[in-house]
Design a protein around this ligand. Structure first.
Ligand code: SF4
Length: 84
């Protein structure tokens, strides 16, 4: 049985700036109707910044890069009581 991969390990050697640029390029390539509005995206990220579950850009609850998760309109915060 194979082990699940670690997203953080896959990005070893990639700076936070490079990672952010890659995620934003990926989000920019998505159909606009699937994207979170710029205002909502900013609001979501502000909430993540203050959240104790944020660790080096990753959400400890779901393992997602919060930049990516927050950028998708149909996603929600995975906390028991969603923070956004
Ligand atoms: S997605 Fe939710 S639980 Fe995860 S870091 Fe952001 S606010 Fe916290």
């Amino acid at each position: 049985m194979s082990r699940p991969f670690c997203r953080k390990c896959l990005m070893e050697g990639v700076s936070m700036e490079e990672l952010q640029a890659k995620i934003e390029a990926y989000l920019d390539a998505m159909p606009q109707d699937l994207r979170t509005s710029p205002e909502a995206y900013e609001a979501r990220l502000l909430i993540c910044e203050e959240c104790p579950n944020l660790s080096n850009g990753l959400c400890k609850l779901c393992g997602c890069f919060v930049l990516y998760r927050a950028g998708q309109k149909n996603q929600t915060c995975p906390d028991t009581i969603a923070r956004w």
